[in-house]
Design a binder for this molecule. Structure first.
Ligand code: BG6
Length: 526
């Protein structure tokens, strides 16, 4: 049957005004398409924040929703001397504090948790871990399948990956191993050169299909939905181009400050922290061409083409395309907050940007001449993540005499946070005798009519990694293209003589450095 599996409106439905049949999907089926093979998740950095705040809660929630394989083991590794029971207690405490502990299900889940002490840079320590994993495999029969989740500071990525490899744990289907995968979080290097070095080291023992580079933005439901929205509807794609789109705005604004991460952030700044990864992925999803099939490599091929099309920045005139800012003191939700330079462990003369707005062009047929404004900053007035497609105004207004020249153009907004919505604004007549227009919206709320379980970003990446699906992970060519675009910008920002002049200060709780933003936007209109 044509279109099998797709919810079809038949012509008689439409003509007889019968509403479309309901999709008959059990929400449980949406948690995972299938169970993965039995496996062990080895968490390097098990006493760290990421493990207790994100990984264990995500794994426990998957367990509650039957999303984990059977059998299944978690082995936490860290330098701290703990035993299995103390590790389980610590994790129980963390879940309890977060208010996500289902006590009736905890004991069974806790039994899958183990702990091994490791010295991250010591070869013998990894040999011991390998022996220990093989023994656990024999007892629980996880078939030698393993995910190594590197929840460590970036400076330990290379040694951890290499020592896992040297302990014989990366080779697949040999020596008692089944499949073997490595998960790493950003930053994937700090510029093009270090990103390549990191990759070379990872590839000494792991092949590309074994490496899972996480970008948690890609696992957000509404971010995944961008492709569904664009390519599962025939309505929008024909107007998704330079003929109809005036500009695109992609924003990821935060109210949080640097928190306790100054050690990392002082060197990263907003361009490495948000732009090299999350903002580039949002750009790619918005701008890419449809792949012929929804398969990891085909989707990632199309994303890479977007990065290839990025027009290099005129580094000699950075201010034409880039606004950098740093937050000063101010108030967030009525509470006073300190300036970035007064945050713990921040250099009081720091020139690290906490805000950036970029005007980007893509040199390709679809997007020639359309500016993409990418904005992200800390300590801004509200936390909001969204992609807005601003359409052009009507080419001619027949209402000119009564309404004047300006008719507000349509805008389509894909809300990612806090509103998981899709909103289309359009003009309509105001009711009444006088002819005048008003802007109204058509709204869709992502969770509307859905009552099934919702996967948090970490649950989704863990499931995909266990299933070996790399769709939502960065591929190295994309990482390199993104760095190739940003590295000259970073070099110029960090080494030029008037570095201080590039940085505009803004009050915490404001909308960023307004004057500089307006200047950038004005240049567009002149
Ligand atoms: C992280 C950055 O990758 O993303 C943080 O390191 C930032 O600085 C965070 O706060 C934002 O993520 P989210 O999901 O809260 O928008």
């Amino acid at each position: 049957m044509d279109g099998e599996g797709i919810n079809q409106n038949t012509i008689s439905d439409v003509i007889a005004n019968v509403s479309a049949p309901d999709l008959d999907i059990d929400p449980k089926e949406c948690v995972a398409p299938q169970r993965s093979d039995p496996c062990t998740i080895v968490i390097m950095g098990a006493t760290g924040d990421l493990t207790s705040r994100k990984l264990i809660p995500a794994l426990f929630n998957l367990y509650l929703n039957n999303g984990l394989p059977d059998p299944f083991l978690i082995v936490g590794c860290s330098r701290t001397k703990l035993d299995d029971l103390t590790f389980r207690d610590k994790m129980e405490d963390a879940l309890s504090k977060a208010g996500t502990l289902d006590r009736s299900k905890w004991p069974d889940f806790a039994a899958t948790l183990h702990y091994r002490v490791i010295d991250y840079e010591n070869r013998q320590s990894y040999q011991n871990l390998a022996d220990s994993l093989r023994n656990l495999d024999k007892k629980v029969n996880t078939q030698g399948n393993r995910v190594f989740y590197i929840a460590l500071p970036p400076k330990l990525y290379i040694s951890a990956a290499q020592l896992v490899g040297q302990a014989g744990l990366s080779a697949e289907e040999t020596n008692g191993n089944g499949w073997s995968r490595m998960v790493i979080e950003k930053p994937f290097g700090t510029n093009l050169k270090t990103a390549r070095e990191l990759d070379r080291s990872l590839h000494e023992y792991f092949n590309e299909h074994q490496i899972f580079r996480i970008d948690h933005y890609l696992a957000k439901e509404t971010v995944q939905n961008v492709l569904m929205f664009r390519f599962a509807n025939s309505l929008f794609e024909p107007i998704w181009n330079r003929r109809y789109v005036d500009y695109v705005s992609i924003r990821a604004n935060e109210t949080l400050g640097v928190e306790h991460r100054a050690g990392y952030y002082e060197h990263a700044g907003v361009l490495r922290d948000m732009f090299q990864n999350h903002m580039m992925q949002l750009l790619a999803l918005t701008a890419m061409e449809p792949p012929s099939r929804f398969e990891a490599d085909l989707v990632r091929d199309e994303k890479t083409k977007v990065f290839q099309a990025l027009r290099p920045f005129p580094v000699e005139n950075l201010q034409d395309c880039l606004v950098l800012g740093q937050y000063g003191a101010g108030t967030i939700n009525n509470d006073p907050v300190p300036a970035y330079r007064q945050e713990p462990e921040v250099n009081p003369h720091s020139l690290t940007p906490t805000f950036a707005m970029m005007k980007i062009y893509l040199d390709n047929w679809r997007w020639q001449g359309v500016p993409f404004y990418l904005t992200s900053g800390k300590r801004l007035a509200e936390k909001i993540t969204e992609i807005a497609i601003q359409f052009k105004t009507v080419p001619h207004s027949m209402f000119r005499r009564t309404l004047g020249e300006t008719i507000i153009a349509n805008r389509l907004t894909l809300g990612i946070y806090p509103d998981e919505t899709i909103t289309l604004t359009f003009q309509t007549k105001n009711p009444g005798a006088v002819v005048c227009l008003r802007t109204v919206t058509m709204d869709f709320h992502y969770q509307q009519n859905y009552t099934g379980p919702v996967l948090d970003a970490y649950e989704k990446v863990l499931i995909d990694c266990m299933l070996g699906d790399q769709m939502l992970f960065w591929r190295q060519d994309g990482v390199e293209r993104s760095w190739a675009f940003l590295t000259p910008i970073l070099n110029e920002c960090e080494t030029c003589d008037d570095q201080a002049n590039l940085l505009h200060f803004y009050e915490s709780g404001s909308c960023g450095p307004q004057e500089a933003i307006e200047k950038l936007l004005k240049e567009e209109n002149t």
